[in-house]
Design a protein around this ligand. Structure first.
Ligand code: ZN
Length: 184
């Protein structure tokens, strides 16, 4: 596959979704089988997953989480460098649909899905460190949530690993706290 470097946000989207499937975050394995993996990868230009891809992707998930949790940008860049080395090859120029040249990272033809995914995510991590900064690597702000994520949004104000779920969790906690505060 060719990973367009300019489209690094796509790699971040997958990285965030992947890290959010872990038992650490969900309390149970949310990436148990190939069907769940297919859902995770839907809409991205990756190959169709097989049963044997599930475990290597679960292992990759731990590595990606470790990189998001790095304390320095040097550590993050080094970690992403290891990931891209699993399948990524020297950058090339390809023509986009509008006939303009764009930087791409091709992956090795014999790379596994997990290796391709590692390179895809690594391009995303590099893109964020370079363009937005390492402070976009964050822990979820919801009380009790152990999620981590990378904020690739323009505004950079994202606070939750799973905005729908963890934002609501916080609202519920605040609501309960307010009720406790007014109860005599
Ligand atoms: Zn969360």
């Amino acid at each position: 596959m060719d990973i367009p470097i300019a489209n690094y946000a796509a790699g971040i989207e997958v990285a965030n979704d992947l890290v959010s499937t872990s038992p650490t975050v969900r309390g149970a394995e949310a990436l148990p089988d190939v069907e769940a993996l297919a859902v995770l990868l839907a809409g991205h230009d990756l190959r169709r997953p097989q049963d044997e891809d599930v475990f290597p992707v679960q292992l990759l998930r731990r590595e990606v989480r470790g990189i998001i949790e790095t304390e320095t940008e040097e550590q993050a860049v080094a970690g992403a460098g290891v990931l891209i080395g699993r399948a990524g090859r020297a950058p090339v120029l390809r023509r986009d649909p509008d006939d303009r040249w764009m930087w791409c990272v091709p992956t090795a033809p014999d790379a596994s899905l997990a290796d391709e995914l590692a390179a895809f995510i690594a391009v995303g991590l590099f893109g964020v460190v370079r363009t937005l900064g390492h402070d976009r690597f964050r822990a979820c702000a919801a009380p009790g949530c152990r999620g981590v994520f990378v904020d690739a949004s323009r505004a950079g104000r994202r606070r939750y690993c799973m905005p729908e779920l963890c934002g609501n969790r916080l609202n519920v906690a605040n609501h309960r706290a307010r009720r406790r505060a007014v109860t005599p």
